[in-house]
Design a protein around this ligand. Structure first.
Ligand SMILES: NC(=O)c1ccc[n+]([C@@H]2O[C@H](COP(=O)([O-])OP(=O)(O)OC[C@H]3O[C@@H](n4cnc5c(N)ncnc54)[C@H](OP(=O)(O)O)[C@@H]3O)[C@@H](O)[C@H]2O)c1
Length: 284
């Protein structure tokens, strides 16, 4: 295996695009970007290939000369894409990664059985269209065959990330945890926008006005820890204010559910006063 092996990316989506750019910037050659056989998927692969000076192919035309094949397809498609690519290569000696946070390297067993070393390599980062995050300092959870893990560690280092081992059995909990760091955080913020509407503010205004407090809260949480970063009526034990919130939120039932769930978590995991009375108010 060369020090910087050639890499084929399967799946020209959010992760596949961002990873192709990051790998190229780190001195790796992305040899091909493999898409589905649909015009939109092929176009996405062509766009990434143009920007990374590689080639775009499909599951049918893939020309797997690369040493490493990195599956960046949705979790439910990993095993299927691996099966589709069986005839495209002599798998003995190759390495294959997928990047599911929830699923283990066993999703690539069809390739493992044919002699490939396989691993799951999950960056704890969010990749969305229209934004390419830096991978500097990003944790990559690794699990799989020793040879594949060695290569994943090196690539993670070259990308500026920090590799750490995860066991198969811990992956689901790990992934559920990660959900709180981004998708559920966004869900919480979009719920907050609905509450802002009840105060007469548009979603755009709410985002602009909330930004400084959200940023400062994250900075405080990181620098000072959760208890010291926690302010508001629950830590003050301000029962009458929480009661008023609950009344007002009756008109926005989903937001009320979120408020109650988070307030209960706060009472369990964070400092709070007047817990008994607050507990009664927060019983749905
Ligand atoms: N996005 C994130 O924040 C993030 C973070 C960490 C890990 N991951 C992991 O990265 C993987 C990809 O997620 P994503 O968010 O990048 O998904 P995505 O944006 O939906 O991209 C998936 C890509 O795979 C293509 N595809 C689907 N089925 C395929 C198949 N059978 N063969 C070949 N290509 C196929 C899709 O084709 P079309 O172009 O036709 O849709 C699309 O281009 C998942 O395992 C996910 O868990 C994602």
């Amino acid at each position: 295996m060369p020090a910087k092996p050639q890499i084929a990316i399967v799946g020209p989506g959010r992760l596949g695009g961002a990873l192709s750019f990051a790998l190229t910037a780190a001195g790796y050659r992305v040899s091909e970007v493999i898409s589905r056989v649909t015009p939109s998927s092929q176009k996405r692969a062509r766009d990434i290939a143009r920007k990374t000076r590689s080639f775009s192919t499909t599951l049918k035309t893939a020309n797997l000369k690369s040493d490493l094949i990195w599956f960046c397809v949705p979790d439910r498609e990993i095993a299927r894409a691996a099966r589709a690519l069986i005839p495209s290569a002599e798998w003995k000696g190759k390495v294959a990664f997928h990047s599911s946070g929830a699923l283990a390297s066993g999703e690539l067993n069809v390739l493992r059985r044919r002699g490939a070393a396989v691993a799951s390599v999950h960056p704890m980062m969010t990749f969305v269209r229209g934004s390419i995050p830096s991978l500097k300092g990003v944790a990559f959870a690794l699990e799989g065959d020793a040879k594949a893990i060695r290569l994943a560690r090196k690539i993670t280092r070259d990308l500026g990330g920090d590799a750490f081992p995860i066991s198969k059995v811990d992956k689901i909990a790990y992934h559920a945890w990660g959900g709180f760091g981004s998708p559920l955080l966004v869900a919480m913020l979009v719920t907050a926008e609905r509450v802002a509407k009840a105060a007469g503010l548009s979603a755009a205004q709410a985002r602009k006005i909330m930004m400084p407090i959200v940023r400062q809260t994250l900075a405080n949480y990181i620098a000072l820890g959760p208890a010291a970063a926690f302010s508001g009526p629950i830590v003050r034990g301000d029962v009458s204010i929480v009661r008023k919130h609950m009344r007002k939120l009756r008109k926005i039932p989903r937001a009320k559910e979120v408020y109650v769930a988070l307030a209960r978590a706060a009472m369990q995991y964070l400092p709070s006063r007047n817990r008994k009375e607050l507990g009664k108010i927060l019983a749905l």
